[in-house]
Design a binder for this molecule. Structure first.
Ligand code: AMP
Length: 416
């Protein structure tokens, strides 16, 4: 077995998974939380320990201490990293700017360049730099690979990537639409292209995979949409920062920038507005809860704010699917992924219900069935005489797996 340790460093947390890229299996994983706070904790999951889960409460002053704690947990609860065949470390980095358009083997210059990108992602890149630095120190014998959340969207067409601002200002400040969640959109759109139902339909229609028009909705706590033509992104809803686009757990998505000036003139500081838009808006702002399950519960008991929040959430989704169908010149597959997209069948039916004019349908039984597999949830019709495949366009649910995607990319570079 050859495995990759995937690290996702947040400002106060360190998530990790030891992944076998060949089988796709997660061998062990966990999270260190409340780094830098008076009390932290680590939860480690591994098939080797009796209970499956080991929990440690300890003060974790910084990311170095967090990674040391993780390595201790591997030693104590297993599996031993050496026995598990650790071959590389993969780091999730949110912002690659215009510099990093592919996974990159980390050296000192790469660390310096990721640090230079901090002004573009002040909430995310500092932790990534810290995570990379401590991991290179503690796991110095392994190759380290940085995988960027923006990379998949680097080839966005200029028409989609450019903000209609003064060109000197955009050039001076690196302002363009970068897009985020790229690792997930790439993983899911490739899984769709390879799915037997999609392959069967393309073959039945005599079409090449390059012509496949997909819309992917990544609906988690953060949420984003992408339009993908033949595996290449042609548009995405997150822009210069992850604030733009869909309604999210705590972010509003699309917003008139005039609101920002209005609030600042009314006395809020820029950092107040930053907090409002990143942490206090979206479902949380409208309904008082950022978790879709809670918003649903509130709406089901008749809470008017939660009902409105769901309507705003769905309205935005329909708008984006319609817009992306226009950008793509039609739609062959609409795919739902991430926490809400994979689990909430009412969100899926709520989006598709009003999109019949695009040929999109939903099969209630398939949509409501629970599964961890990539699957078709639209009505199955005969695509061609003798074929049992559902006809295009399809609606699908495809579980995302960013850790596996990072592990595969890291392994490829490490072996390269
Ligand atoms: P993610 O960011 O992909 O981990 O998604 C996390 C979000 O998924 C949570 O905040 C919930 O809103 C949502 N979620 C998870 N499970 C469910 C479920 N069974 N039904 C509805 N939403 C869910």
């Amino acid at each position: 077995m050859a495995t990759v340790l995937v690290l996702n460093s947040g400002s106060s947390s360190l998530k990790y998974q030891l992944v076998d890229p060949a089988s796709g299996r997660s061998v062990a994983g966990g999270i260190v939380e409340r780094i830098g706070e008076p009390t932290g904790s680590a939860t480690h999951q591994s098939g080797e320990s009796e209970t499956g889960e080991t929990v440690r409460d300890a003060r974790v002053p910084d990311h170095g201490a967090a990674l040391r704690l993780v390595l201790d947990l591997f030693d104590e609860a297993g599996p031993s990293l050496a026995d598990a065949g650790i071959t590389a470390v993969g780091h999730r980095v949110v912002h690659g700017g215009a510099v990093f358009t592919e996974p990159t083997l980390v050296d000192d210059d790469v660390v310096a360049a990721v640090r230079d990108l901090i002004p573009l992602a002040p909430l995310h890149n500092p932790a990534a730099v810290e995570g990379i630095e401590v991991a290179r120190e503690l796991l110095a014998h392994l190759p380290h690979v940085a995988v960027f959340d923006t990379a998949f969207f680097a080839p966005l067409p200029a028409a989609a990537a450019t903000y209609a601002l003064d060109r000197e200002v955009t050039a001076e400040h690196g302002i363009r639409r970068y897009g985020f969640h790229g690792t997930s959109h790439e993983f899911v759109s490739s899984a769709v292209t390879a799915h037997p139902a999609v392959v069967a339909n393309l073959t039945a229609e005599g079409r090449r995979p390059e012509s496949l028009r997909q819309v992917v909705l990544h609906l988690g706590n953060g949420a984003s949409a992408s339009a993908v033509l033949g595996g290449r992104p042609v548009d995405t809803s997150m822009g210069f920062t992850p604030l733009e686009g869909l309604v999210m757990g705590t972010r509003p998505g699309d917003l008139d920038p005039g609101i920002v000036f209005h609030l600042i003139r009314a006395g809020l500081s820029p950092s107040d507005v930053d907090t409002l838009l990143n942490k206090r808006s979206g479902l949380l702002g409208m309904a008082g809860a950022n978790d879709m399950r809670e918003v649903r519960k509130l709406a089901d008991t008749g809470d008017a704010d939660a009902r409105l929040a769901l309507e705003v959430y769905l309205h935005r989704l329909r708008k984006y699917v319609g817009a992306y169908a226009a950008v793509l010149g039609g739609i062959d597959v609409l795919t739902f992924t991430a926490g809400v997209g994979e689990n909430d069948h009412r969100i899926r039916s709520g989006v598709v219900r009003d999109l019949k004019f695009l040929g999109l349908t939903i099969d209630p039984a398939a949509n409501e069935a629970r599964s961890d597999e990539a699957r078709v949830v639209s009505v199955r019709e005969q695509a061609a005489p003798g074929s049992t495949a559902a006809a295009l366009p399809l609606v699908m649910v495809v579980p995302t797996n960013e850790e596996l995607a990072i592990a595969r990319q890291a392994m490829e570079l490490a072996e390269g």
